[in-house]
Each structure stands twice: as structure tokens, then as C-alpha cells.
Ligand binder design. Structure first.
Ligand code: NAD
Length: 264
């Protein structure tokens, strides 16, 4: 068996960081190389796995010896640049699910892909990766059918429609050769809300503790298809991120997607 892939977690004290640490503990094909937290964090120097007495501690900076493996970043957009710079400096593959990246940061990912393997995704669910593929195929096969996307999340979610709903809409539009911004209707209300041809409409539900549900509806006179994904546990994102880290290790520099992890 090949040696386990060293994985550096950045944002290790956060909700996703903690979930990823739990997944790493369960697998033997990946091993934690460092758990990085923000400078000044109360976690610094605390043991990472107190229950198993592994002598690894949360750190602000990556030890100089770590120059192989994968850096997995789930932090905040403002901290993203230094994370990407660290991966480039150490020649580590870069996997990130940090959201809210502006255009310059997305462009930086493309530039970095010239030197290291890079995989960024707004949604690391393997099920959503498959849903995206199904949506693309269905939208292409049925170009005249109406396409609408309904998403549901807990009431604390800040943005609507969700980034995943928008990504599904973009996939449908691209499959039909449409300009997404020209056909997307992000919300409907009032008297001018009639659906126009070729539109991709969105609706957002906010209620209770819903982790995340996405329904892509394709409809025509007399029949319709509904493609649905329901997330019931946030650990799916951590499992997908670790699967992506395992998959990307040792690949040539380039820009990869979560769909590549599932389908290649
Ligand atoms: P969180 O607020 O619980 O964790 C973020 C952590 O990053 C915090 O602990 C913070 O201290 C830390 N951090 C900030 N600056 C840092 C730095 N310079 N170095 C190291 N750590 C630093 O948030 P979360 O729920 O864990 O989400 C993290 C990110 O992942 C967000 O952008 C969120 O939207 C995104 N997310 C993506 C997916 C996906 O599938 N792509 C799923 C869930 C969350």
C-alpha cells in the first residue's frame, strides 16, 4: 500500500476544519501533517486529537519541513490569499471550499494552477457533483423545457439563492449555450412576475434547521422532471473535501473540479 497522503488543514478550528479532522482520523490513506489556525487563536499549541494522544498541536504557521501533500483550506475569504501563497511556496496541491471569493481571488486560483494542482468548489458534496452532471445532461437533451431551481436552507443563511443553486443554474445555461446572467431570474414577486421563455428562475425557502436542499425542475406541457438533492448532515462536505485531497495528490498542475473527483 502507498504511504498516506500528508494533509495540512487551514481553518482547523472552524466547523469545517473540525469535521475534516474527524474524517482524517477515520481514514488510513491520508494523514494530518498540520492543523493551522488563525494567528492568536486560543487553539494554538492545544493537542489536535486529545482523545488519541497524537502529539500534534494546532499551529499558526506551517513547519518548514512540510513540502509534500495537500493544503486543504476552509477559512475566510480575507485569509484566502495567504493560504494560496503558502501552497505555492511549498508546492502543495491546493483544495479549498472557502466561499465569498471575489474576481481577483478566483483569477489567482487560475494563475496558481499553472504551478500546482488546484481544486476549489462551492460545494464538496459528491451527490451535488453528480446532480450537476445530471442537470447538464437533462438541460441539453431538453432545450425547450422550462428550467426552474428551488432551494431550501435554515433561516440563518445570509445569501439567496444559494451558491449551489446558482452553480446548478449556470450548468443548465451553459449546457444550452445560454448567457446565464441574461436568462437568470433570481426572485419573482409582484405583478410583472410572469415567466418568459428561456428564463431560469430561482426560489429560496428559509426554514428550521434545513442543511440544504436543491430541486432542479424541467417542465413542459404534460410532463416534468425533478432532480433533487437533500443534504442532511454537514459532514458530507468534509468527506468530499478529503476525497478531493486524496484524489488530487500527485496530479500535474492544473485546475480541477469536484466533478473530476467523482467521474474520472
Ligand atoms: P467557521 O467560521 O466555523 O471557520 C472558519 C475558520 O477559519 C475559523 O476558525 C477562523 O478562525 C479560521 N481562520 C480565519 N483566518 C485564518 C487564517 N489566516 N489561518 C487559519 N485559519 C483562519 O466557518 P466554516 O463553517 O468552517 O466554513 C469555512 C468556509 O468554508 C466558509 O467560507 C464557508 O462558506 C465554506 N464552506 C464551504 C463548503 C463547501 O462544500 N465548499 C461547505 C461548508 C462551508
Amino acid at each position: 500500500m502507498s504511504p498516506p497522503i500528508p494533509v495540512v488543514i487551514r481553518g482547523a478550528a472552524g466547523r469545517m476544519g473540525q469535521a475534516i479532522l474527524r474524517v482524517l482520523e477515520e481514514r488510513d490513506d491520508v494523514v494530518l501533517a498540520a492543523a493551522l489556525v488563525r494567528a492568536g487563536s486560543a487553539q494554538v499549541d492545544r493537542p489536535v486529537y486529545p482523545s488519541t494522544e497524537v502529539p500534534l498541536r494546532y499551529a499558526e504557521a506551517l513547519a518548514p519541513g512540510v513540502t509534500t501533500g495537500v493544503l486543504v483550506d476552509f477559512s475566510v475569504a480575507e485569509a484566502f490569499d495567504t493560504g494560496l501563497a503558502l501552497a505555492l511556496e511549498r508546492r502543495l496541491a491546493f483544495v479549498s471550499g472557502t466561499t465569498g471569493l471575489d474576481e481577483p481571488r478566483r483569477a489567482a486560483l487560475d494563475r496558481a494552477a499553472g504551478s500546482i494542482p488546484v481544486l476549489w468548489s462551492a460545494n464538496f458534496s459528491l451527490g451535488v457533483a453528480v446532480l450537476t452532471r445530471l442537470v447538464r445532461d437533462a438541460a441539453r437533451a431538453l432545450p425547450e423545457w422550462d428550467c426552474e431551481i428551488v432551494e431550501a436552507h435554515h433561516g440563518r443563511k445570509l445569501d439567496a439563492p444559494s451558491g449551489t443553486a446558482l452553480a446548478l443554474g449556470r450548468a443548465a445555461a451553459a449546457a444550452r449555450g445560454q448567457d446565464f446572467d441574461a436568462v437568470a431570474v433570481l426572485a419573482r414577486a409582484g405583478e410583472q412576475a410572469v415567466r418568459r421563455e428561456a428564463q431560469i428562475g430561482f426560489a429560496a425557502v428559509r426554514a428550521g434547521d434545513i442543511v440544504g436542499e436543491h430541486t432542479v425542475l424541467l417542465a413542459t406541457a404534460g410532463e416534468r422532471i425533478e432532480l433533487v438533492h437533500r443534504a442532511t448532515d454537514r459532514s458530507i462536505f468534509a468527506r468530499g473535501a478529503v476525497a478531493a485531497a486524496r484524489w488530487i495528490a500527485g496530479r500535474p498542475p492544473g485546475r480541477y473540479t469536484i466533478e473530476d473527483v467523482v467521474f474520472s
